[in-house]
Design a protein around this ligand. Sequence first.
Ligand code: IPE
Ligand code: IPE
Ligand code: MG
Length: 254
Amino acid sequence: MAISSTIDIPVISEVPKHVAIIMDGNGRWAAKRFLPRTAGHARGVQSVRAAVETCGKMGVRYLTLFAFSSENWRRPADEVSLLMRLFVQALEREVSRLLDQGVRLRVIGDLSAFEPKLQELIVQAQAKTAHNDQLHLTIAANYGGRWDILQAMKKMMLAHPEYGADPGRIDESALSEHLSMSWAPEPDLFIRTGGEQRVSNFLIWQLAYTELFFSDCYWPDFSAEELKNAFEWYRHRERRFGRTSAQLQSHTTS
Ligand code: IPE
Ligand code: IPE
Ligand code: MG
């Protein structure tokens, strides 16, 4: 099971092992060019390709992308259906590229809300790439951090009905092993493009000790170079996990 940053102190490397990105700003990118918002979403697919490629080259092992939140259903119906179409298209067109790059694809979120064709494509893409291990790419779709914690709680109670009478037995790992990304380490680096500085119900449990990087760049403009800037910023963070700076210094010199 993956190490919990609140139970153990994870080993830190210069390049983040797990990068989680809120790909924001597609609509504003399009509006700036007098284009419909949907043009921004379509263009955003290019940045996804660049991020996957750059992460693979840089040695990142896990890349998690927020593609559609549980709250994004509140958007106009035509925008939602275009986003679903783009998702279908990406699954149809991109899987062979992922295979070439050694990428394993997974999709997390409440997938039951999607049309059957999309669900089927997700299952197929996951199966086709299941043997890959170079880069674990996870797409969060109809995902919400609160949904994740609740579904984990339900699974835990089904697996351990005895916890009902004795909730004192529930500890952090009892719950976290049922979270949708229990197989991955917690994100080292969180990136949000588009200038907003909020978490918008992304991986709220898993971000407990993640370094947060905010970029004003709109997602369609987020290039390999911008991503490398974020990695460079990350390299200079002092990740203390509750300890003092002096403790870290003595640890590295001893
Ligand atoms: C992010 O871009 C994509 C999704 C949420 C699907 P937005 O569509 O939120 O773009 P802005 O924030 O309106 O510019
Ligand atoms: C977060 O972006 C969700 C995704 C990028 C998929 P939003 O643009 O929906 O976030 P808010 O509503 O501005 O917080
Ligand atoms: Mg937005």
